[in-house]
Design a binder for this molecule. Structure first.
Ligand code: NDP
Length: 449
């Protein structure tokens, strides 16, 4: 599908010229703009207020040097970023990613997606993203700590509990958030909820760790229910084996599915007896090891090199929870041939445009990332609320709120799709519902805000 509306086309052509070397960012913008055609046609005030031109341009991008000293005494230099994309409905909010692939294109794609995802949560949070090309793999705890402290020394100047509240993402879990939080507190002499994903003893929220994976399954469950189906007795394949994949495996299993495969960037595990999320936790959270070691815990588990092969395993439900563009058109066709009937994205933009087109054409129920994985950021916003009122809710209270939010996200996306004549297309529905709220706020606040 290509953008047809002349206003959207003109904005996108201009964006392509200015950001020719940012393919992931352009991919994310194109997918959203395609969905917005009926909205800009029905609502001329969007063009009149230059909303599309403004929404595709980050309000601010900070790029900085992060120097630190490794265990051998050698000086290392990485590049740090914070993309403050849109603050129309609340302080910038979005994770920090530490991975060697991190660059401005990837962070702009993630920050752009975050605007609409955060809007869908119904909570008052704007969109942002940040990170560094630092690779935490193989680094000692002390090296990770020194890196995080140096990274925060610069980042602290640009964030704050009412300005910008970062969280974790790939390569940033509880350990890294702790080092970042400690350094912020030291520098600002303030004990505030400036980061989310904190430890429970330091203002963190119960259920935040589980939230993205659980939320993904709550959303998928709504989508299945609407089609008269459920997780019960179904086979699921979940890519990745990090935070999102682990808790998606737990919740999908609790809801009655059998998860038969998981992966990391080297290969995948197939276990016909069903994957045990407790073993995943032991390998990834405690031992920080590779997923191939799963075979040491289960007699029926088999390991295969090459992560893409996971999509050749027959399943009813596929939940890509690893990284962007991990599921391409060819893999989508294999999944469809093998009988998949629902796909929901735990990772950000894991399906390529070609793969999404296959799913939509073949009538596969498809839950796009910005709706399906919004449970993590929604619970981060619940963490911010608890910090503001200096209270802590129980696990059950947070989980219940998360569940309600995911139901509401599904409803908003499916109703918006219906309203604009695209019933069942949750890609368009999520983009439209997320966009309209932000666009209305931008119009209300005037142009030079
Ligand atoms: P983690 O770092 O905890 O885990 C990422 C996992 O994906 C690792 O197992 C990693 O393996 C694996 N992986 C990376 N590349 C590939 C690949 N090409 N094929 C298969 N596996 C791969 O990250 P999260 O679980 O936190 O994040 C996963 C995705 O979910 C990301 O897209 C993130 O942006 C998104 N997300 C995360 C949220 C959260 O709350 N954590 C919220 C919303 C979205 P390896 O160790 O080999 O690199």
């Amino acid at each position: 599908m290509a953008i047809k509306n002349s206003y959207l086309k003109e904005v996108f052509e201009g964006l392509k010229k200015r950001n020719a070397d940012e393919p992931e960012f352009l991919q994310a913008v194109e997918e959203v703009l395609e969905s917005l055609e009926p909205v800009v046609e029905a609502r001329p005030e969007i063009q009149a207020n230059g909303i599309i031109e403004r929404i595709v341009e980050p309000e601010r991008v900070v790029m900085f040097r992060v120097s630190w000293v490794d265990d051998n005494g050698k000086v290392q230099v990485n590049r740090g970023y914070r993309v403050q994309f849109n603050s129309a409905i609340g302080p910038y909010k979005g994770g920090l990613r530490l991975h060697p692939s991190v660059n401005l294109s990837i962070l702009k794609f993630l920050g752009f997606e975050q605007i609409f995802k955060n809007s869908l949560t119904t909570l008052p949070i704007g969109g942002g993203k940040g990170g560094s090309d630092f690779d935490p793999k193989g680094k000692s705890d002390n090296e990770v700590m020194r890196f995080c402290q140096s990274f925060m020394t610069e980042l602290a100047k640009h964030i704050g509990p009412d300005t910008d509240v970062p969280a974790g993402d790939i390569g940033v879990g509880g350990r890294e958030i702790g080092y970042l939080f400690g350094q912020y507190k030291r520098l600002q002499n303030e004990y505030t909820g400036v980061l989310t994903g904190k430890s429970i003893t330091c203002g963190g929220s119960l259920a935040r760790t589980e939230a993205t994976g659980y939320g993904l399954c709550y959303f998928t469950n709504e989508m299945l229910k609407d089609a008269g189906k459920s997780f019960e007795g179904k086979t699921a394949v979940i890519s990745g084996s990090g935070n999102v994949a682990t808790y998606a495996t737990q919740k999908a299993t609790e809801l009655g599915a059998k998860v038969v495969a998981i992966s990391d960037s080297n290969g995948y595990i197939y276990d016909e007896a069903g994957i045990d999320y407790k073993i995943m936790k032991e390998i990834k959270e405690v031992k920080r090891d590779r997923i191939k070691t799963y075979v040491n815990y289960s007699k029926t588990a088999k390991y295969t090199e090459g992560c893409k092969g996971i999509w050749t395993i027959p399943c009813d439900i596929a939940l890509p929870c690893a990284t962007q563009n991990e599921l391409d058109e060819e893999s989508a066709k294999i999944l469809v041939k093998n009988g998949v009937f629902a796909v929901a994205e735990g990772a950000n933009m894991p399906s390529t445009p070609g793969a999404i087109a296959v799913f939509l054409k073949e009538g596969v129920l498809f839950g796009p990332a910005k709706a399906a994985n919004a449970g993590g950021v929604a619970t981060s916003a619940l963490e911010m609320s608890q910090n503001s009122i200096r209270m802590a809710w129980t696990f059950e209270e947070v989980d219940e709120k998360l569940h309600d939010i995911m139901r509401s996200i599904y409803k908003q996306a499916s109703e918006a799709a219906k309203r604009y004549g695209m019933e069942g297309n949750l890609v368009a529905g999520a983009n439209i519902a997320g966009f309209e709220k932000v666009a209305n706020a931008m119009i209300w606040q005037g142009i030079s805000y």
